[in-house]
Ligand binder design. Sequence first.
Ligand code: M6R
Length: 609
Amino acid sequence: MCGIVGYVGAKAPIPILVEGLKRLEYRGYDSSGVATMNGEGKVFVHKRAGRIRDLEHSMPGECPKANVGLAHTRWATHGEPNDANSHPHLSHDEKIAVVHNGIVENHSSLRTMLMGEGVAFRSDTDTEVIPHLIARFYEGDLETAVKRALHLIQGTYGIVAMHSEEPDKLVVARNGSPIVLGVGDSEMFVASDAPALVAHTKQVVYLEDGEIAVLSPEGFRTTDLSDRTIQKDVNELDWEIEEIERGDFEHFMLKEIHEQPLSIDRGLRGRAMSDFGDAKLGGLNLDRRAFFDIKRVCLIACGTSLHAAMAASYLIEELARIPCAVEIASELRYRNPIVDANTLYFAVSQSGETADTLAAMREVRRKGGIVLGVVNVVGSTIARESDGGMYIRSGPEIAVASTKAFTSQLLALTLFALKIGRMRDLSSTAGKQLIHALNELPDQITTVLDQSDSVKEIAHSILDASYVLFLGRGGNYATALEGALKLKEVSYIQCEGFAAAEMKHGPIALIGDGTPVIFLCPRDHLRDKTLSNMEEVKARKGRIIAVCNPGDERVMALADAYIEVPETHNLLTPFLTVIPLQLIAYHAALALGLDVDKPRNLAKSVTVE
Ligand code: M6R
């Protein structure tokens, strides 16, 4: 979704702002813009539909020097992606510039009111009401005017505002859209996401909903909408600049696929207790009694995180023998969920900012449920608002298509399943076997990654397909869903994932001569069943692509092409079967000449409904 960057200090703001916007490109956007002072006490704005490079190339030769600036990448919601609708937006007197993430829900009544007062609008956006409202209340103090304007606004926002008459100040506010402040040396930064700050400072402050911050080169102060002072902690970011750069890889997606041996290793370190066949998970905040009282687990998520949760649900039920439900966050939040004291809820989210997951988590907590977070981004809203949880430790994920977060989320939940299983019926022998297999995963993933060239050939063979079907059973049903999601989001090839046995209840109608059907068929207790499904596809002249274990001749005899993944514990196969599917998606998108890291219409972190 949209990205925000702001700066106040002695350096030239435009290069800092543009570099910050580039760090946020991964969020998904369709236009961008910057505002600063023009050197004559007026606001300078430059904005463009398209990529940040279009903004840069069209920038006037000499950019104004000033102490303050704000910038934005817009992902269109209200009004098409064009220059006029891009942010920053100006007040009618052109003294106030505002960037905004979120949605002003009552924008149309505010627009009618402002137009009735003679304000002329320049864009179709909901955002434009904000600078006009601030101007309406401005009496020499931007902070007060912003607060008065926000009292009239319903909806979600992360905003940054500046005024030409207060050239050393940014006013920032948050309600439902993430905002993080960066504390520098006689300078301050603000952004919607930490990657925009890492190159400048690691000292950050996370704003909470209802908080307003005023930034100047000397520092910041925070209040609420009623002017009460709020003391904020300064946190240390644990990201390194190299982690948010592509390094030698052509794309972030490829880099992140290749980081999985490392991220799995990091996720295991200090948590997997080989000697006891158990797991140590520090942040759950549950005492022993609470563990014993758990009668049901419920995993709440969206997208790839939902698929990781689905794969994990099989492990939780099998290892802990506790029923585990998986809920689509957007459905749960509006269903008036039945929350009970013996269900342990998890909000699973890479970004920790997904609007639907956050809202579902808040709804469950409002009803008295305990919700733990399974989150990647440290300090994100879900991480802060949950009752405890596990960081998945996969490191920053920049590509819009989530890859390493899937395996790291699955790992964190596997360790939870192991821990709770060991407190119940799981023997130490079974626990040790699982940990042994987990410890082998990094090397085994490397083995799969080494086959990238043959996977590429397979990816090239499906480029002309009008439809691709992914099939799996058990935990690999979730992998099939994830494989289809990955392929469609980066290559735009029509595809879907199904539980293998469901094929004959519908999708089989789509299988004809040469239709690619990707089977996940490790040598587990379900393999023979899956083999029957392969026969059914074969009989209809479908083209079988199998992900199987080495030397599985029955699969190989049926398949037109196959990719081998090493054998592992029966419950852990999704960790390995998903890797070739990520690579297929990547290579297909690349061969089709698509923008792999920034697929159309998608955003990394979906912070609006
Ligand atoms: O940050 P989250 O894990 O909560 O994000 C959930 C989905 O928006 C995300 O997984 C999305 O589906 C990705 N584009 C998948 O690659």
